[in-house]
Design a binder for this molecule. Structure first.
Ligand code: M6R
Length: 615
């Protein structure tokens, strides 16, 4: 959580930093700040609220001409969101400023020691402890800034991405990371540092993804110098070419990123399938799987670890992998897995699913699995992310940047990749017949067009949303492959509209939740023809006889559910295993329009951040 942007070069730093922070608001948006050095003094402006509030405050300020600066948008961990706790945090001398993403776990003991040495603190943040620790090292050891940061970080326990600026060394930035991402944009005589590459996409395509435990000393009159935090050995930076374009990260005429990303799904799924699904030749190729396929075929078990929406994709994958490969699959919340001393066999395979590739709990779960000798396969969207680097092999989803906090295209493309994986393994293992395999390939290829068909019902879904926008609670029901979709539908509604919603396997309703049903209770039921249709129809009758209000997701041409439900949204027929990709789409739109009609901030829901890089 938290977004960092820093600049050093010849251009005015403030517009670059403020625009960059706006792009990183998905990482946190409760308070924000900027420090700029104008050649004589350091100016720090901070505020509670969003980057637009900072911009307004900045515009009310005397103009600051500065070609070096650091900025931050915060998702509070230590200390409530207010102006004082906002970053940058300043050292006691006023010379050092730091922006930080992460948590310094031993901040309390470090603070105690610093207080004993005469330091005072005005904020409740762990970051103010860090900046004073660096200053203390500078004073005691009489070393340059880079070395002082290095020494200070060896005393720190926790996770961080930081950028430090020293008033006394105004031509230099020092950046370092452990557990939180940092990308460095390399321009002509200028450098950008940011939590991801989006803030500098229009300035340079050359990027260095700073590695774990690495520290960079950045001066525009010299080359960048990178070393490990724990040694002085200089490391040659690896400069990559950015594959993203500015267009990818703009709203492109949509009111919200979430809506844009919902509508991008046909293309995103096509991009996921491109070069991997060759239905004419009857082939699925996953290049990263090639040399490891045997490990999968011999696996005792597959364990899937993920959080949130990615965990829901993992649940769909459980159905897919067990059906096609007959390998037992378990799906775990990464946050639980990491702390329960899990039993992991060396012939287990771990699949870690993460859109951002930065989720702290998923990273920790991967580390545990690797320590215990398991092979870890990643499914990530963000290229070059920490998870994609840490795993032994993996597949990118190629969904393009997902900026709306509520995950949409990440989910459907994760299921697409996992479908490819399950089908490929099933065919190679012989647990899926050649003809079934072929039938699935042809159907999977048609899924993007079917998603486009569903999106045409936007207006109907908007109308349905208006009937339910004032609900306080909502139940989502699904069975089999569509039980995880019920969970995902409920999560989408909760996170962006703040309506309490729960997903259940439809048959579980009788074991408790049915007590909630009355004429006030909206119940969203996934009732497609393929997948326990008759049973779900019975569940719908049970709700109807208790006066529940039913929104049903049905297959085209359905008759029976239409007689019972208050509203029906149709999806094209498909094979059962691919219905989650289709049934999810109307639920995303339903949540979106309910949230919009309730006046909620869809792209930046309260209390949330896109990447959860802290526990
Ligand atoms: O980046 P990840 O896929 O690892 O993120 C996991 C969750 O934090 C994420 O899916 C979260 O639940 C979304 N807000 C859901 O829309």
């Amino acid at each position: 959580m938290c977004g960092i942007v820093a600049y050093i070069g010849q251009q005015q730093a403030s517009p670059i930093i403020i625009k960059g922070l706006k792009r990183l608001e998905y990482r946190g948006y409760d308070s924000t700040g900027i420090s700029l050095y104008d050649g004589t003094e350091l100016h720090t402006i901070k505020t509670t609220g969003k980057v637009s509030d900072l911009e307004a405050k900045f515009q009310g300020h005397d103009p600051i001409q500065a070609t070096i600066g650091i900025g931050h948008t915060r998702w509070a961990t230590h200390g409530v969101p207010n102006d004082v706790n906002a970053h940058p945090q300043t050292s006691n001398s006023g010379d050092l400023v730091v922006v930080h993403n992460g948590i310094i776990e031993n901040y309390a003991s470090l603070k105690e020691e610093l207080i004993q040495r005469g330091y005072t603190f005005s904020s409740d943040t762990d970051t103010e402890v860090l900046v004073n620790l660096i200053e203390d090292v500078q004073r005691k050891e009489k070393v340059k800034l880079g070395k002082a940061v290095q020494i200070a970080l060896t005393q720190v326990v926790g996770a961080y991405a930081i950028v430090v600026f020293d008033n006394k060394k105004p031509n230099e930035l020092v950046a370092a990371r452990l557990g939180s991402p940092l990308a460095i944009g390399v321009g002509e005589g200028e450098f950008f540092v940011a939590s991801d590459a989006t803030p500098f996409i229009e300035y340079t395509k050359n990027v260095i993804y700073l590695e774990e435990e690495h520290l960079a000393i950045i001066r525009c009159d010299r080359d960048i110098s990178i070393r490990k935090i724990t040694s002085d050995k200089v490391i040659k930076p690896y400069i990559e070419e950015l594959q993203m374009s500015l267009e990818n990260i703009q709203k492109g005429g949509y009111d919200h990123f979430m809506l844009k990303e919902i509508f991008e799904q046909p293309q995103a799924i096509r991009d996921t399938l491109r070069g991997r699904l060759l239905s004419n030749e009857g082939v699925i190729t996953l290049s990263s799987l090639r040399e490891h396929e045997n490990k999968f075929l011999k696996a005792r078990r597959i364990l899937i670890v993920a959080c949130g929406t990615s965990w829901h994709a993992g649940l769909v994958a459980e159905y897919l992998l067990e059906k096609f490969t007959r390998i037992p699959v378990e799906v775990e919340y990464a946050s639980e897995f990491r702390y329960r001393d899990p039993i992991i066999f060396s012939d287990d395979i771990i699949i870690a699913i993460s859109q951002s590739g930065e989720t702290a709990d998923t990273l920790a779960a991967i580390n545990i699995a690797k320590e215990r000798g398991a092979f870890v396969f990643g499914v990530c969207n963000v290229v070059g992310s920490s998870i994609s680097r840490l795993t032994d092999a993996g597949c990118y989803t190629h969904a393009g940047p997902e900026i709306g906090v509520a995950s949409t295209k990440a989910f459907t493309t994760q299921i697409t990749v996992l479908s490819l994986l399950a089908l490929r393994l099933g065919m190679v293992k012989g647990t899926l017949s050649r003809s079934e395999y072929q039938q699935h390939l042809v159907e999977l290829e048609s899924i993007p067009d079917k998603v486009s068909e569903i999106l045409k019902q936007e207006r109907l879904i908007k109308e349905v949303a208006s009937s339910f926008k004032d609900a306080n609670n909502c139940i989502y029901l699904g069975r089999g492959y569509n039980f995880p979709v019920a969970l995902e539908g409920a999560l989408k509604l909760k996170e962006i509209s703040y309506i309490h919603a729960e997903g259940y396997p439809a048959a579980e309703m009788k074991h408790g939740p049915i007590a909630l049903i009355d004429e006030q209770m909206p119940v969203v039921v996934i009732a497609t023809k393929k997948g326990h249709y008759d049973k779900v129809v019975s569940n719908i009758s049970e709700i109807k006889s208790r006066k529940g209000r039913i929104i049903a997701i049905v297959s085209e041409g359905d008759v029976r559910v239409k007689e019972l439900a208050d509203y029906c949204i149709e999806i094209p027929e498909s094979l059962e295993c691919f219905t989650p990709i289709l049934t999810t789409i109307p639920l995303q739109l339903l949540s979106y329009y309910i949230a919009v009609q309730r006046g909620c901030n869809v792209d930046q829901p309260r209390n949330l951040a896109k990447s959860v890089t802290v526990e």
